[in-house]
Ligand binder design. Structure first.
Ligand code: NAD
Length: 521
């Protein structure tokens, strides 16, 4: 028996949010559970493929009008949204915690992220979307201008672990670029996105521009990907492959933000206390249910003992419990399936000879899906823990003889999402970073430095994804670029007569142009 606190959001309020999903007619409902005690807290419609097609069609109609809004009017919606999110922070945190079971500080990270993303794109969208003059084929005679048009309707398929960031932050650049959205949130966490949708409408977003369809991924994925003009998927690598296949069949452009087995490297000159505190944050934030969290640590033998002791001590200092306040460091896992996966990874490792330095137990006394922050050592390649993403609060600790060995082993993974490097010489850390096959590297930080640098691209190499979010690219991927080239004089094709002379002239022209371009600064 646990004394899990009851959800602070009323069933009536959740029912109000569920009404923002408008299926074509009455549908059976999909129950949504609170991981803290596994109770059903609300229901949303179990949408069908026809509901998705209707949502895409409504979004397309509304999007046509939205795309004609002056950019400053679209920006104003997100500027208001930024302020409103921060003003109503606490009630949003209640919703996020209710359906994810995460600790409040982890939920806060999402709210700050969504507000920062709204601010960033509100400040930068105008300039990024403004048409730009490019160098024409023949300078002065050819005028070339690059334009960016909205793609139309963007489909967003998001996971449960960061239901605000990965649904709403991801929608912000797409909307600012003049697109409409059809979002399919995860089955387990639809209310956070619906809460944000309600707020966006209050901030001035026209009603049908942002649609949410709730229901099962395998049923709704296909019609969504077929109907939209771009699909942004965040989730597991396995489902990412299915989404990519479907997108390929329909020639729908897509970006895929997928899984990771992220390494942390502690170099021989690292401050072990700082590195241990950073590692604890990087391994156990959101109970390890974070795509960029760190599941492998490679520590140089020169500092291995001190680092291990500090890591174990810091990990044991974490508080694990349920609570709709800031009193606990680590919250619950999402559900039984994930708990069983985490347990099986640790059990398999222990059976094959690994050692648990701390943790390694489920905590049913706290709630049905709690699992202790866990450090495992003596992990060998035949253990599942070695290279499969656990997506829970479990990290493997390896000792290495050199920095080169750390880099080699860090790169020996199918994934390439995020990494963290700890050293007292930041330049050395940056040199190591350049040798790591991952999309983001944090030097003397775990993951937040790269994620929160919204001006810089974020995404995965190898099996961790295709494409990037954040920065200019994270906005322009939601546009079709169009080049309009206007020829001021003559044609760029050979004349009917005198082709030999034309060939000599064109060749000379290219030679001269190369000289000039080399001389230009
Ligand atoms: P998941 O792939 O099981 O589900 C993600 C979404 O896809 C859900 O909305 C689900 O309903 C939907 N879906 C399921 N089957 C589908 C199908 N056949 N067609 C279309 N959509 C379908 O992932 P998850 O378990 O919810 O999330 C955890 C995974 O996501 C981890 O691997 C994690 O690393 C990854 N993730 C990656 C990032 C990133 O930015 N790279 C961020 C968060 C999570």
């Amino acid at each position: 028996m646990t004394n899990a606190p009851s959800a602070p959001v009323s069933a009536t309020r959740l029912d109000e949010l569920a009404r923002l999903v408008s299926p074509l007619d009455d549908r059976p409902d999909l129950p949504v559970r609170a991981p803290y005690d596994d109770s059903v807290v609300g229901e949303v419609p179990l949408c069908t493929p026809d509901d998705v097609r209707a949502a895409v069609s409504d979004a397309r109609t509304a999007g046509t009008e939205w795309a004609t809004w002056p950019i400053e009017d679209r920006v104003a919606v997100f500027s208001r949204f930024h302020d409103a999110l921060l003003d109503r922070r606490e009630s949003l945190l209640d919703v996020i915690q209710t359906e994810t079971g995460k600790a409040r500080a982890d939920a806060l990270e999402e709210v700050l992220d969504a507000a920062a993303t709204a601010r960033y794109y509100a400040n930068h969208a105008d300039r990024a979307l403004t048409s730009k003059q490019r160098t024409g084929a023949i300078p002065l005679l050819t005028k070339a201008v690059e334009h960016h048009h909205p793609v139309g309707v963007v489909g967003i398929i998001s996971p449960w672990n960061y239901p605000l960031s990965l649904s709403v932050s991801e929608s912000i650049p797409a909307l600012l670029a003049g697109n409409a959205i059809v979002l399919k949130p995860d089955e387990g966490t639809p209310f956070t996105a619906l809460w944000a949708l309600e707020l966006l409408r209050e901030c001035g977003l026209p009603e049908d521009v942002f649609q949410v369809v709730t229901g099962e991924g395998p049923t709704l994925g296909d019609p969504l990907i077929e109907g939209v003009d771009y699909v942004s998927f965040t989730g597991s690598t396995d489902v990412g492959r299915i989404v990519a296949e479907t997108a390929g069949r329909h020639l729908t452009a897509c970006s895929l933000e997928l899984g990771g087995k992220n390494p942390l490297l502690v170099l021989d000159d690292a401050d072990v206390e700082k590195a241990a505190r950073g590692a604890v944050r990087g391994c156990f934030a959101n109970a390890g249910q974070l795509c960029i969290s760190l599941e492998r640590i490679y520590v140089h033998e020169a500092v291995a003992d001190d680092f291990r002791d500090a890591l174990v001590r810091e990990t044991r200092g974490l508080t694990l419990d349920a609570g709709y306040d800031y009193d606990h460091d680590v919250g619950s896992l999402l559900d039984r399936e994930l708990l069983e996966k985490v347990e099986s990874h640790v059990e398999d490792a222990v059976e094959k000879g690994a050692t648990v330095l701390t943790g390694g137990r489920a905590r049913p006394d706290l709630g049905p899906y709690f699992y202790e922050p866990t450090i495992v050592t003596d992990v060998t390649p035949e253990m599942t823990l070695a290279d499969e993403e656990t997506f829970g609060p479990v990290v493997s600790l390896y000792e290495v003889e050199s920095v080169s060995e750390a880099i080699e082993r860090a790169n020996d993974s199918a994934y390439g999402l995020n990494a963290s490097v700890w050293t007292e010489r930041t330049q050395r850390g940056e040199q190591v970073a350049a040798r790591l096959e991952v999309g983001t590297v944090n030097v003397n930080e775990a993951y937040a430095a790269a994620w929160a640098s919204i001006d810089a691209p974020m995404g995965g190499m190898k099996a961790s994804g295709i494409g990037r979010r954040h920065g200019r690219h994270g906005l322009l991927k939601y546009t079709e670029s169009q080049t309009v080239a206007t020829q001021r004089l003559g044609l760029l094709s050979p004349p009917k007569r005198g082709k030999q002379v034309w060939a000599e002239g064109a060749t000379l022209g290219l030679r001269v142009w190369k000289r000039i371009s080399e001389a230009l600064p």
